[in-house]
Design a protein around this ligand. Structure first.
Ligand SMILES: CC(C)(COP(=O)(O)OP(=O)(O)OC[C@H]1O[C@@H](n2cnc3c(N)ncnc32)[C@H](O)[C@@H]1OP(=O)(O)O)[C@@H](O)C(=O)NCCC(=O)NCCS
Length: 333
């Protein structure tokens, strides 16, 4: 049935392309991810024109017999050394046009592009027990990681617990924080701490590692700022100048009510002292004090990341949905 479907690779995206893309993604997310805010037109435009650090994009729009949009595929090709074997897919088909082979057509185009680009692994996220989950299984992906997504409602906080944790004494450490780029004096220490994220549990994902240095830290912050998003960081710094741990929150463009948790990491030598809980509690207090429009924080953790889950539960985060990361070992032609 997919002979009526036409695929167009998008290069210099027009406002019409952005609107078509938005229409498909919004309809698909409303169907499969109820309650998860879909990106607005401005955010989608920024996704095309300002790709995330260390990656470039290939994108396709599927249109039906009447020329209307029915599906999209976005392939993120990682470019950093250590991750240049990997590609990440976002695939949506409008619910009104599913089960007609459009998803499969987009996927076969994506897989061919992976081969051309010398990618051995293709990863994609789908909601647990969803059409996407069934599609991935049918199309030979294997489940590589199970994620629990949690929400913290800032208007339902257990203020006493958060205050107690944030104010706790951690002898030998101090808290610091910034918006956007790390202060120059902390950039090297921050890069070292970011390298601690490399032991984050990623299940069976062939995720690779990237090495952070001060320049990469600055570039990442710049890429996020250029996209119009705001990155907040709180860090615990040891008396010897080492950054022992940090947590990052992303405020999406356009004062959205939902903030997104980015990294939280504690450097191995500093684990076991409650520093992860400390920086996260301090971040919650900062959001409450400085960003009154933020109503909730979403985070996701590997289901076997018991330490991070325990930290989040202590702060009042509650599970609200589950997703799966699937991986395809790109088949030879
Ligand atoms: C996943 C998705 C892209 C599939 O699009 P689609 O156009 O319906 O896919 P296809 O018609 O090519 O389906 C191919 C096969 O996948 C399986 N499949 C797809 N949807 C399914 C469902 N809801 N239940 C069970 N099997 C399903 C079937 O085996 C189907 O073949 P069949 O229709 O002959 O039985 C679409 O459901 C979607 O946009 N989901 C939300 C976004 C998402 O989860 N993306 C990430 C996963 S790739």
């Amino acid at each position: 049935m997919s002979e009526h479907i036409h695929l167009t690779p998008l290069h210099d995206v027009s406002a019409t392309d952005v609107a078509a893309w938005h229409q498909v993604v919004a309809a698909s997310m409303a169907h499969d991810l109820p309650g998860v805010p879909s990106p607005g037109l401005e955010q989608i435009h920024a996704q095309f024109t300002k790709p995330a650090l260390g990656s470039r994009l290939l994108t396709w729009l599927a249109t039906g017999a009447d020329g209307g949009p029915v599906g999209i595929a976005r392939l993120r090709l990682f470019t950093s050394p250590g991750r240049d074997h990997l590609a990440e897919l976002e695939l949506h088909v409008d619910p009104a046009h599913r089960r007609q082979g459009t998803g499969s057509l987009l996927l076969s185009t994506v897989v061919a592009a992976c081969r051309d680009e010398d990618r051995r692994s293709l990863i994609v996220e789908a909601a647990a027990d969803s059409p996407g989950n069934a599609f991935c299984e049918k199309r030979d992906f294997r489940q590589a990681l199970a994620l629990d997504h949690l929400i913290l409602r800032l208007d339902q906080l257990d203020e006493a617990t958060v205050l107690q944790v944030a104010k706790a004494e951690h002898s030998g450490y101090r808290l610091t924080g910034w918006t956007g780029t790390a202060p120059d004096v902390l950039a090297d220490a921050f890069a070292d701490a970011k390298n601690a994220m490399n032991d984050m549990p990623v299940g069976d994902l062939d995720y690779g590692n990237v090495a952070w240095d001060a320049d990469r830290v600055r570039t990442m912050a710049q890429v996020i700022a250029d996209r119009g998003d705001t990155l907040l960081t709180i860090a615990a710094v040891h008396d010897d100048g080492t950054m022992a741990g940090y947590t990052e929150i992303l405020l999406p463009l356009g004062s959205a009510p939902r903030a997104q948790q980015y990294d939280t990491a504690v450097v191995p030598a500093h684990r076991g002292h409650g520093l992860g809980l400390w920086v996260k509690a301090a971040m919650v207090r900062r959001l409450r004090a400085e960003h009154a429009g933020v109503v909730e924080i979403e985070t996701d953790n590997a289901e076997d990341n018991v330490h991070m889950l325990a930290v989040n539960h202590r702060l009042g985060f509650r599970s609200y949905r589950r997703t799966r990361e699937f991986q395809l070992d790109v088949p030879a032609a």
